[in-house]
Design a protein around this ligand. Sequence first.
Ligand code: UTP
Length: 238
Amino acid sequence: MGEMKTIVISLGGSVLVPSLESNNIAAYADMLSRLAQQFRVFVVVGGGGEARRYISAARSLAIDEATSDEIGILVTRLNATMLISALGQVAYPVVPVSHYEALEAATSGRIVIMGGVTPGQTTDAVSAVLAERAGADLLINATSVDGIYSADPKKDPNAKKLDLLSPEELLAIVQGGRMDAGANNVIDIVAAKVVQRNTIPLLVIDGKHPDNIAAALFDGIFTGTLISGDNNSVLPLK
Ligand code: UTP
């Protein structure tokens, strides 16, 4: 048997916890434990609406941006803790607070789940750097939109969904986005740059239904945007 392939999933907080009352934590726990039978899995969980609410409350207290980021990071770790707890034994029990700790946790053979690490970026950047350091075979961005568009579909009626992109094309699209605390772009610029400098393919996929991720990985069936330098036959991941 060959070595297990490694996957890093950037799981948007708004996807995992659209609201506390109707969250997707159980469905994600199910799907992730299935993936873990075949792959080495890292998950970086975002802060979602709750992080944005805290950040806007912090701003109205005149708290600086970096401190507001730190508050956002705490919310990402709170969401990570919920997912870890729902997974039980299959997950590493502690939320790593650095890439180094995440790699160390992965030696347990369990699913490693973390949140943010440092102000001035988002969990997309965390997941891209982690993918690089873990030698990942695939980075997945599970988000609340169904892929990357040529322009913001909310503002531009001519915006088209892009099925396949080169890392350079991704970077060109991402440049120009906002970068303050709580900023909400499909992918942040740090992530786009890391994706560009390494050769790890990135799949941007609608994460509202976690089975979409399983179908992409196991069956190669998906809608979304695949960013890949040299080949478009990365899925299914064998
Ligand atoms: P994210 O913006 O990564 O949350 O982190 P998210 O849930 O992925 O966003 P959606 O739901 O997919 O759109 C929330 C906030 O936490 C801070 C930033 O302020 C960010 O906006 N953060 C997160 C950091 O400062 N550093 C990190 O490493 C991660």
